[in-house]
Design a protein around this ligand. Structure first.
Ligand code: NDP
Length: 330
């Protein structure tokens, strides 16, 4: 099932080539949405980054919009002193960061050129490894966007270009325009988990054909797939579901008693494989041959140490079938 991904194995985590490029990233990526600059303080954020590095994670995902630029700043600080060549840093452009003036969002040349400089400054680095279009911009001509990305790459401010939550049709546009301009779109970053399988329909087959890898987000459905939320009970204190700064609102869609009850049915499957529920959920997304990496979030270092163990996991066919049965159309 791993046919269209080229993997290399090191001691702790697998490294995977992105798309048809020569860039390798860790198959577990640490991302800082809702946590850095918001739910947790700098010390906890730095401890999570430390736990990631210690476990062999080399790839970090953020976005300019996360906590209005603070998430990039916190990550930049946490990575200070690390050898830049050993890291892959990914960020994104599209949403307004702080001010929302008429040119402060989208994928215009103006917004891209201004945003990359602001991100580099906050991240304290001269370049990002992958610069990602956070969403598709229906207003700006794709030619303008792709030319701006080509120029960002030519200037050395980003080494590679990716996108996030683009449809199969949009990925094809991007691929074709990039090719004309002499670069590649190497990755797409969509939501994917046992509870949210939309990309399996069109995005994955089209991406496989075009040589675009998925770097998927919310693999444990923001915590819902860890089994810690029980139907009919109050969420544990300190969890995302109790985070009034934004997390609670984001995870709401999974805080449904029927969904949470079905998730509990995965407990014996995880136990028989000697995995935690979180590891089963992260390992599950990696079974898809077009998924290069899972971006895990964490509000504490122990979660990173636990979830990273899903790197390189193979889940047997019968367990995969039992998962489908338990979750069905949840
Ligand atoms: P996850 O599904 O991995 O959820 C992470 C959260 O679940 C943690 O912060 C923690 O929350 C809880 N959790 C994780 N592991 C455990 C565990 N072992 N035990 C108990 N609780 C656990 O991913 P996110 O939703 O955080 O997204 C991950 C990343 O993906 C983001 O940081 C970002 O980089 C990217 N992303 C990209 C988007 C895009 O549009 N491109 C959109 C969303 C995310 P807590 O402890 O607070 O309960």
């Amino acid at each position: 099932a791993l046919s269209d991904l080229r993997r290399t194995i090191d001691a702790m985590v697998n490294h995977v080539y992105l798309g048809r490029s020569g860039l390798k990233i860790s198959d577990i990526v640490y991302g800082n949405w809702l946590t850095h600059g918001s739910q947790v303080d700098q010390d906890t954020a730095s401890a999570c980054v430390r736990a990631a590095l210690d476990a062999g994670i080399t790839t970090f995902d953020t976005a300019d919009v996360y906590a209005n630029g603070k998430a990039e700043k916190v990550l930049g600080k946490a990575l200070r002193g690390e050898r830049r060549e050993s890291l892959e840093i990914l960020t994104k452009v599209y949403f307004p960061t702080g001010r929302a003036g008429h040119n402060d969002s989208g994928l215009s040349r103006k917004h891209i050129m201004e945003s990359i400089d602001a991100s580099l400054k906050r991240l304290r680095t001269d370049y990002v490894d992958v610069y990602q279009a956070h969403r598709f911009d229906v207003e700006t001509p794709i030619e303008e966007t792709m030319q701006a990305f080509a120029d960002v790459v030519r200037q050395g401010k980003a080494l590679y270009i990716g996108v996030s939550e683009w449809t199969a049709e949009q990925l094809r546009f991007a691929h074709d325009h990039a090719k004309e301009l002499g670069f590649q779109v190497i990755s797409n970053q969509p939501q994917y988990s046992m509870l949210y399988r939309v990309i399996e329909g069109e995005v994955v087959p089209t991406s496989s054909e075009l040589g675009i890898s998925q770097i998927v987000f919310s693999p444990v459905a923001q915590g819902a797939l860890t089994g810690k939320y029980l139907p009919g009970q109050q969420p544990p204190e300190g969890s995302r579901a109790t985070d009034a700064k934004g997390g609670a609102n984001m995870i709401k869609r999974w805080m449904d008693d029927d969904v949470l009850a079905r998730v509990q049915e995965l407990r014996p499957v995880a136990r028989e494989l000697d995995l935690t529920m979180a590891q089963l959920a992260v390992g599950w997304v990696l079974q898809n041959a077009n998924v290069a990496a899972a971006i895990i979030g964490a509000s504490r270092p122990e979660q990173v140490a636990e979830n990273v163990k899903a790197s390189g996991l193979t889940i047997p066919e019968d367990a995969m079938a039992r998962i489908d049965e338990a979750l069905g159309d949840a």
